[in-house]
Design a protein around this ligand. Structure first.
Ligand code: GAR
Length: 201
């Protein structure tokens, strides 16, 4: 079997995107494997102390390097990373965000989408840059916003798309099909998406 890309995953909570990556990697033909999962929300006092001491990011880099991680996936990691961490993993650090970036950065993306009255929102997998929720986009999925949606029903619909998009992005990166050109990421031999979808429609 060809060598698989070694991936570290950083989480803070529920971990459903982590599960989607685990499920994808369970197939031996998937070109990436998960070598380490780190959370900043463990109860371990030592971890809390490290976080308070701001040594947390350096400790994460050490653990990721130790595990041989070549790509780091933020999967619901709700802690701002230091500039040093982002620099250390430049072009090897990706994030999933539950909106069609650059719309609705930051917290409460679904509430923001509902408040704006948009007919579509979605999710974005992107390389991480110093600015929050910014960086070259690998893949997006558009999800219709229904007129009676609440933040919860919308989040559930978007999450289904997230679980499809994140493994897809990791696959393309592991297959060396993603090339970063300035602020854009180009996916080589990318399949064409739907011409358009309409909402309401
Ligand atoms: C996901 O919806 C992810 O897009 C979002 O947190 C959730 C984590 O769920 N991330 C952000 O909002 C980052 N700005 P999960 O723990 O079940 O994967």
């Amino acid at each position: 079997m060809a060598r698989r890309l070694k991936v570290g995953v950083l989480i803070s909570g529920r971990g459903s995107n982590l599960q989607a990556l685990i499920d994808a990697a369970a197939d031996p033909s998937f070109p990436a494997e998960i070598v380490l999962v780190l959370s900043n929300k463990a109860d371990a006092t030592g971890l809390a102390r490290a976080e308070a001491a701001a040594a947390f990011d350096a400790a994460m880099t050490a653990a990721l390097v130790d595990a041989g991680a070549e790509l780091v996936c933020l999967a619901g990691f709700m802690r701002l990373l230091s500039g040093d961490f982002v620099d250390a993993w430049h072009d090897r650090l990706i994030n999933i965000h539950p909106s069609l970036l650059p719309s609705f950065r930051g917290l409460h993306a679904h509430e923001q989408a509902l408040a704006a009255g948009v007919r579509f929102t979605g999710c974005t997998v992107h390389f991480v840059r110093a600015e929050m929720d910014d960086g070259p986009i690998v893949v997006q999925a558009a999800v219709p916003v229904l007129q009676d949606d609440t933040a919860e029903t919308l989040a559930a619909r978007v999450l289904l798309a997230e679980h499809r998009c994140y493994p897809q992005a990791v696959r393309w990166i592991a297959e060396r099909r993603v090339r970063i050109e300035g602020v854009r990421a180009i996916v080589l031999d990318a399949p064409a998406g739907e011409a358009f979808i309409v909402s309401p429609g």
